[in-house]
Design a binder for this molecule. Structure first.
Ligand code: AIR
Length: 176
């Protein structure tokens, strides 16, 4: 079951809440972050997606992150571009592990976001993935790998995904 954009606390009783939160600094980040949501959906991991900006909506950020552990979210994926402080600020406000995705939305093609996300001061970790869509996909796969340690069914689905991926790579000989 996949939870997409439910408000905190609005979860119908009896349904599984999101295990992963996919956050992004702007709606304009959606196309880059979509692969994260698609991979979570493919692996059958309940997730939700929110737009939260460390700069433009700091109150929303504090309120949302303050509730996240109580709601049972196990991993947070945070993508932002430019002066990308989202992952770091979220990590500072919770003990839930945070994976950061630098987004290539600026004149610097994501190098600024990469440095802002990866260069955290010692003491507040953000697991930083690659810039852009590859990073979004890998953030979902890494979140899945963490969750699969205590979830044999998910481990099975993750293994199946790896097999499918390997089978999709043509071995050749190729005609050039
Ligand atoms: N951003 C939004 N608030 C803080 C930051 N760093 C980022 C978004 C997006 C970029 O600024 O993550 O990648 C541009 O956002 P927009 O809304 O102007 O398109």
């Amino acid at each position: 079951m996949v939870t997409r954009t439910r408000k905190a606390g609005a979860k119908p009783p009896g349904t599984a809440g999101p295990r992963v939160a996919v956050l992004m600094g702007s709606k304009s980040d959606l196309e880059v972050m979509r692969p994260a949501a698609q991979m979570l959906a493919k692996l059958g991991i309940p997730y939700e997606v929110r737009v939260i900006s460390a700069h433009r909506t700091p109150d929303r950020l504090r309120e949302y992150v303050g509730e996240i552990e109580r709601r049972g979210v196990d991993v947070i994926i945070a993508g932002a571009g430019g002066a990308a402080h989202l992952a770091g600020v979220v990590a500072a406000l919770t003990l839930v592990p945070v994976l950061g995705v630098p987004i290539d939305s600026s004149a610097l093609h994501g190098l600024d976001a990469l440095l802002a996300t990866v260069q955290m001061p010692g003491g507040i970790p953000v697991g930083t993935l690659a810039i852009g869509k590859a990073g979004a996909t890998n953030a979902a796969l890494l979140a899945a790998a963490f969750l699969a340690r205590h979830d044999p069914d998910l481990r099975e689905r993750l293994g199946q995904h790896r097999k499918e991926q390997a089978n999709a790579v043509p071995e050749g000989p190729l005609e050039l």
